[in-house]
Write a protein of this length. Structure first.
Lengths: 461, 318
């Protein structure tokens, strides 16, 4: 009898479209990304109006106040990467529709002026506009997403998304007084918490141990050191010719910075374990398992696929989707755990379809939490190290991650089709973007380990 | 034109691909909710005025929701039964020796059967257990199960040109395109906001697919760029139960609906509705066009009647 009732229900549903009880439309939406392993139809997803990335570069990242860029002005960091985009692709700078620069700590108007000036240093004509964007730590990624959206909207066909931060010249600070009203709004009050305290909150609330955090930091340094040693950053780093002042003698001498200077190949869990917690007496967040305070810049050249094809430029990657989400400000580090699924879903994909992640290591606590929460394969995340080793120049990080991700995807070839960049954002947010490997990649090289040679369909699992 | 009265409610009708005067009807007692089923094989009379004659019929313990003629043997029929079984009949053998085979794998009602028209050795069944199964005549068990849909699969149809490709329509509001050589579906088309009850491939353009939905519309898609339909055909007053492309004209298709009508459409012109037939007095749930005779159509419905007529004429005309 139950069978008859069920049949009646199925057939009745056909007659009641308005009261249709299944809400599937929210879980699926039209998307250019096709289902996971559908190699047969992969070609059909290449549309002329796709937004593609043809070049992505960054400066080396150097420790603020002590590193290679301690005497370099911010605009001198941005100009070399902007210039490299033009020089290495031979794109006519007059064709660029907009330059969007993510920048966090510097005063807004001054930084906007500096970026406009940097464009002139890099050889852009006066006809190319420049603006800045500030979404805290994801500003660089937001800049790339803004340019992609503008190209999609038809505002222009070629654009540059960049990121810039000199934490030497602009340390974190708060100007003026805090609105006393903030006391009555817990979430608003939480926005004022030092980032390290939010890290302690994440570690405490989700039980991330000191050992796990130190281990993550050691891994980050180890991977970054290996990548540097084997020259894997050579493709993405633009050496910067600048000057440095000897603090003792005051002598100024010209130097060329071409490697990240924060990486400690010899760091060990034992050494990191000796460091004292900074934000809480019995806490777990130390200088060793937090991101480094750095200077640097990155830039990404985006255009319509049809334009890239016309110019004969190799396509490094395709910008698929972007998502920014809000989370509780007092555990702002959990942002990626919410933002990544949102962006991946918007692309019509599942987490297991993603072959490579760049998740910003603001703090080991939040990084480890997000990794565990999403149940991600550690082999796929930050394969060339992260912010704990390389550094986290706030506004530049997004652009830096895009460059690192796309060059690594190119190296991995056809095995690595989709990649994700994500980071947490101070005051409780998260951002993530999905990229697809471009066509201009190396041949199949089996960069990804095949767990089992399962030729059966997904449903046989 | 000839009419046939079935004892049970009609569910599906299909012309034989071998004999131009032969067709088969799937029926189910009590609107398919509860009771038995019967599969009729009918023959068209030589003179249009006389009624359809029954060649043979087969009884089943549960309603028959769909059938498919074999493309390799003129006497073989496959029935999709509501108890989840798939039954193979040989019309050349008496009812006592039938069915030749009963394949019990689906856990819920089998709603659609389609025989591979190009390879001619295999067929697919779509079921309310959310799966599609691939079978061959010579094996006692299915070759593969395709499980990705999240709700009842109402229909599955082979591509007329690519022998390994088929499409499936489901109540999860998606159509999926599959290649049996691939591990998963190769394409997901979120075609409608409501359940999709049927899909069919164009017989002349292997990239065009039509979908029929509870939202009362038929949509025509190009699978190479499926973000927007090529055409949306509005005109039915209730859910569209079946849609089928003409085997003779590229742009024509026929549909039947819970609004009791059978409609003929030309999806390339602005006034797409070419003809409407209101001969059924209950839900029209089965419709087919003859491959062998241009314009010959058949329909069945819950009014227990099977009509066969030439497009452009009145199905009820004596």
């Amino acid at each position: 009898m139950e069978k008859a009732v069920n049949r009646q229900r199925v057939l009745l549903d056909h007659l009641r479209p308005s009261s249709s009880s299944h809400n599937f439309e929210s879980t699926l939406s039209a998307s250019a990304c096709l289902a996971g392993d559908s190699a047969a139809y992969q070609r059909t997803s290449a549309y002329g109006d796709d937004v593609v990335i043809v070049a992505a570069f960054r400066t080396p990242l150097c420790k603020s106040k002590r590193g290679g860029f301690k005497d370099t002005l911010a605009d001198d960091l941005l100009a070399p990467v902007l210039k490299a985009l033009i020089e290495k692709t031979n794109v006519d700078p007059r064709e660029v529709g907009d330059i969007v620069v993510g920048s966090v700590l510097a005063p807004g108007s001054q930084r906007a002026s500096e970026c406009r000036m940097a464009a002139f240093y890099a050889g852009f004509p006066e006809t190319v506009p420049v603006r800045t964007v500030n979404r805290q730590c994801s500003s660089g990624l937001q800049a790339v997403a803004d340019v992609a959206a503008s190209i999609k909207a038809g505002f222009y066909e070629i654009g540059i998304g960049a990121g810039l931060e000199s934490m030497t010249s602009n340390p974190m600070s708060w100007d003026g007084e805090v609105n006393p009203k903030a006391k009555n709004f817990k979430k608003a009050q939480d926005c004022l918490l030092p980032m390290g305290v939010t890290s302690e909150n994440v570690a405490h609330r989700f039980g991330v141990t000191r050992l796990e955090q130190d281990q993550a930091a050691v891994d980050s340094h180890r991977k970054a050191a290996a990548a540097t040693a084997s020259g894997r950053f050579k493709d993405e780093i633009i050496p910067v010719a600048t000057k440095i002042v000897d603090p003792k003698t005051g002598d100024e001498k010209p130097i060329v910075v071409s490697v990240d200077d924060g990486i400690r190949p010899n760091s060990s869990v034992a050494d990191l374990g000796k460091l004292k917690p900074v934000f809480k007496k019995d806490g777990t967040t130390t200088a060793g398992n937090s991101s480094q305070v750095s200077d640097g810049a990155g830039a990404v050249l985006l255009m319509k696929r049809s334009v890239a094809m016309r110019k004969g430029l190799p396509i490094l990657g395709v910008f698929r989707t972007f998502a920014a989400v809000g989370v509780d400000p007092d555990i702002m580090g959990v942002g990626p755990a919410v933002a990544i699924p949102a962006a991946v879903k918007a692309a019509g994909l599942e987490l297991e379809d993603i072959d490579l992640f760049e998740i910003n290591e603001a703090f080991a606590s939040q990084f480890v939490y997000c990794r565990n929460k999403l149940d991600l394969d550690p082999q796929k995340i930050n394969v060339n190290g992260g912010a704990m080793a390389i550094g986290h120049p706030l506004g530049a990080t997004g652009a830096r991650c895009v460059a690192t991700l796309l060059h690594e995807m190119k190296r991995r070839g056809r095995d690595c089709r989709f990649g994700v960049v994500s980071m947490c954002i101070g005051t409780g947010m998260g951002a993530a973007a999905v990229f697809e490997r471009g066509d201009g990649c190396d041949e199949l090289c089996n960069g990804r380990k095949v767990e089992s040679n399962n030729l059966l369909s997904k449903d046989s699992r | 034109m000839p009419v046939f009265k079935t004892p049970f409610n009609g569910y599906s009708v299909k012309f034989s691909p071998f004999h131009e005067s032969r067709l088969a009807v799937a029926t189910a007692q009590n609107f398919g909710i509860l009771g038995n089923g019967r599969l009729h094989v009918l023959s068209l009379p030589p003179a249009p005025a006389s009624p359809l004659t029954e060649l043979i019929s087969f009884d089943t313990a549960d309603g028959v929701y769909d059938l498919a003629w074999s493309e390799s043997h003129d006497s073989l029929l496959i029935a999709g039964v509501a108890d989840g079984s798939v039954k193979l009949y040989d019309t050349a053998l008496p009812p006592a020796q039938n069915p030749l085979r009963s394949l019990q794998e689906h856990t819920r009602e089998v709603h659609s059967v389609d025989y591979n028209p190009t390879r001619r050795d295999s067929f697919i069944t779509a079921s309310w257990d959310d799966t599609i199964k691939l079978w061959t005549l010579d094996r006692p068990a299915s070759i593969r199960t395709f499980k990705e849909h999240a709700y009842c699969v109402y229909s599955a149809a082979w591509n007329p040109r690519h022998t390994d490709v088929f499409a499936s329509a489901s109540g999860d509001c998606t159509v999926r395109i599959w290649d049996v050589r691939e591990p998963g579906s190769t394409m997901i088309i979120p075609g409608h906001d409501f359940e999709i009850l049927c899909c069919d491939w164009n017989k002349y353009d292997d990239c065009i697919i039509a979908t029929a939905s509870v939202d009362k519309s038929i949509r025509v898609w190009d699978v190479r760029s499926f973000r927007a339909p090529i055409s949306v055909l509005n005109g039915h007053g209730y859910a569209v139960r079946k849609v089928k492309f003409s085997p003779h004209h590229r742009n024509l298709m026929v549909s039947c609906s819970y609004d009791m009508s059978v409609c003929m459409w030309d999806f390339m012109v602005e006034d797409a509705l070419v003809g409407r037939y209101d001969h059924h007095t209950e839900f029209a749930v089965g419709v087919d066009m003859s491959v062998l005779v241009d314009g010959l159509m058949a329909s069945t419905g819950w009014d227990e009647l099977v009509y066969v007529w030439q497009h452009g004429t009145d199905p009820r005309a004596p």
